[in-house]
Design a protein around this ligand. Sequence first.
Ligand code: SF4
Length: 205
Amino acid sequence: MRYKIIDKQYRFLSVFDSETGAYVRTGILDEHGRDTGIDPFMASFPHLIDVGVMGHCIHGKTGLCAKAGVGCYQSGALVERPNMTAEDFRWIAQQCQGRCNQLALGGRGDPDQHEQFEELLQISREHHLVPNFTTSGYGLTEEAAALCKRYCGAVAVSWYRSDYTLRAPPAPGGRSYHQHSLRPGQKLHHRGHRPPEAGRFPGGH
Ligand code: SF4
């Protein structure tokens, strides 16, 4: 589905295709609706919003991430908060409909571990918002992968030193995939990555 967002406050419009992810935005429009070629400085509402649906993380608690050498900036091993309810998520989605294109699901843990994972994805699509997320992949089942294929725009499985990441093709659910590799001189874009030679984090006081 393609739809248009008209930003009256900052005088530009954008078009988004929720199937392909194609996104086109005009410059600032003049009083005749002609494109001035000037980039709008900002929008009156974000076109992509991060929603922290997870409050706790099973993989943090069981120590899987620590075992893989991944540090967690969310303190997934320690903090226990409730996940966002589907009702609260719907309330957010209702406010975003027609003003935003995509929701990046996140928080403390993998969104595929949310008790109402399918419902969250359904709610997103009901409000014409494409759900996306990043996961460790530790708990990603065939069923969850099929839901991702049905509802999501993009799902990233981070490198947690699991051999399934290297065996990605064909991805569960038959989705196309991209595998990112490092070349000399490139930086590792991985949240919390810490090379083994860096040793342990210093203790606090
Ligand atoms: S890095 Fe992610 S999956 Fe691992 S403990 Fe933290 S929140 Fe959980």
